[in-house]
Design a protein. Structure first.
Length: 524
């Protein structure tokens, strides 16, 4: 593409103008290079960009037909090339969505409402007062993140927990202290064959039977695309909530996978989250590129990855409630963009997805910010803040928290020169150690408050930003073939480990590890 070549040429010269100089030359920069998406305010002024770079990125988006790809996705056309189907996660939150989507949401709301008001009872007649959601990947990361973010909205008398790990300690902790007679287990698995989830489900069902007997018809629900498999495991059809094959796990938060979340925060708040997501869906589909925030953020990600050599993205929420957001975004972005071939099967001509990582703000400052400020790699950073906190004891916490966010954005961008450092009275032999190079890019995202609506907007913003990058690179953001080989090999190794006395073929690369594991496992 012509714009690609022009951007590659420009990338070699972008460092000639520092962020300090860019702001000095353009006092309106922080107003011009920022804007709203729904209720969020996003500031992308602290990136090594100018009008020429943004114009070329816009040209690249036109030449790659990014808007067209997004429009086809929003319209439900088959954009998942390798699996030959649509990507219909945005339909889940459209107010005029398909009738079957509305029917599923109504059934979820009915069950959630009855659990919340105490009218839904288990096999012994006791009200269900706890919900344990079993799932992994997208069936866990998104709902668990949202549950923690919206904990202030949770029903005070209903316990909601999540379990994902094959490590039995995780499920044991999720069930600890609960009464089977008042517990509903939700099994979230599109295929209903996912090893981790099915092992956990069998253990949870055995736990339920020990408490209430064999009739579990009111104690087990399922979110799945395979209702027949759920029925085979004894799940009553009235508690099976369908998942569309065309909704990838990492995009499934607004689907039946969110049943436990809906129980926790209520159908009304869940609906507000969907409405927030839809607000950003509309923004993506209706806003010109130059003001289209998810489009611009995705193009900036391409600028950093493809042209400036950045290998990772740090996501740092200055909000305790959002501390699990980086975990969710790791799957969303790395599973979508971790591809070395394009949608047509040909090799990509350069790097694609970045490593995504992060932690909550002030914790991160005392952990990895040393590398961000003075390390040899330049890492773009997303700094996420909330203007109005859920709580602020004595009024002493929140302004100080946000002052840290703003200070980090400033320090990353502008640093501190040798001259400024020396002027502070720093000993000459320590000046190099205490100077900051600056020119470290960051995006600031401000939420007015942490509500169901703004959380939905934030999640959708990252979803669409991810899709934009994929459209530029020509890769498919909706498949995940890279997770399959490990699953297949795990089955083979499971058989090997189960054969306690069987000989292991010494020509196998892992034969010694298998032998050592067995020895340690079986040692008295």
């Amino acid at each position: 593409m012509p714009a690609w070549a022009a951007l590659a040429d420009l990338a070699g010269r972008v460092g000639e103008v520092s962020l300090r100089d860019r702001f000095a030359l353009d006092p309106s920069r922080s107003q011009r290079l920022a804007g709203p998406v729904g209720d969020l305010w996003v500031d992308w002024s602290r990136h090594p960009i100018d009008d020429e770079v943004l114009g070329l990125l816009g040209d690249l988006a036109d030449q790659r037909d990014v808007s067209g790809f997004c429009a086809r996705m929003l319209a439900g056309e088959p954009v998942n090339a390798t699996e030959g189907r649509a990507a219909t996660h945005t339909a889940l939150r459209a107010p005029d969505g398909h009738a079957d989507i509305g029917a599923t949401l109504d059934r979820m709301a009915d069950l959630a409402g009855r659990i919340r008001d105490g009218s839904y009872t288990g096999a012994t007649g006791a009200p269900i007062r706890a919900v344990v959601s079993l799932g992994i990947g997208g069936s866990y990361l998104g709902p668990a993140m949202a549950h923690e973010a919206l904990a202030h909205l949770a029903h005070p008398e209903v316990t909601v927990r999540f379990s994902s790990s094959l490590d039995g300690t995780d499920l044991t902790a999720a069930l600890d202290g609960l009464d089977p007679a008042s517990t509903l287990v939700v099994i979230c698995s599109k295929s209903f064959t996912t090893l981790e989830t099915m092992v956990a489900a069998d253990t949870a069902l055995a736990w339920l039977r020990e408490g209430v007997g064999d009739d579990l018809s009111r104690h087990v629900a399922a979110a799945t695309s395979a209702p027949e498999r759920a029925a085979a495991r004894g799940v009553d059809s009235d508690l099976v909530f369908p998942l569309a094959e065309s909704v990838g796990g990492r995009f499934s938060l607004p689907s039946a996978v969110g049943l436990a979340l809906m129980v926790a925060i209520g159908p009304g708040a869940f609906g507000e989250m969907l409405a927030g997501m839809h607000t950003v869906d509309r923004h993506l589909g209706e806003t010109p590129v130059e003001a289209n925030v998810p489009m611009l953020l995705g193009l900036l990600d391409v600028w950093h990855r493809s042209f400036l050599g950045a290998t990772s993205l740090a996501v740092v929420p200055y909000s305790h409630g959002l501390r699990r957001l980086p975990d969710h975004l790791q799957q969303l972005m790395m599973e979508s963009l971790g591809k070395r071939v394009k949608a047509d099967g040909s090799q990509t001509s350069g790097p694609t997805g970045s490593v995504v990582w992060g932690a909550s703000g002030t914790d991160g400052q005392h952990a990895f910010f040393q590398l961000l400020h003075q390390g040899s790699d330049v890492v773009p950073v997303d700094l996420i803040g909330v203007a109005r906190p859920v709580v602020d004891p004595r009024g002493a916490h929140h302004d100080a928290l946000m002052a840290n966010l703003l200070a980090q954005a400033e320090a990353l961008a502008f640093g501190r020169t040798d001259t400024e450092t020396a002027a502070l009275g720093v000993a000459p032999n320590l000046v190099a150690h205490q100077a900051f190079p600056g020119d470290r890019p960051s995006t600031v995202i401000l939420l007015p408050e942490l509500s169901a609506s703004t959380l939905g907007q934030l999640v959708a913003l990252y979803e669409h930003r991810t899709v934009v990058q994929a459209a530029v690179w020509g890769i498919n953001p909706f498949d995940q073939w890279g997770v399959e080989l490990g699953k297949q090999l795990a089955t083979r190794f499971g058989d090997l480990l189960a054969g306690a006395g069987a000989d292991v073929d010494r020509s196998e690369p892992s034969s010694e590890l298998v032998r050592r594991y067995r020895e340690l496992r079986d040692r008295d």
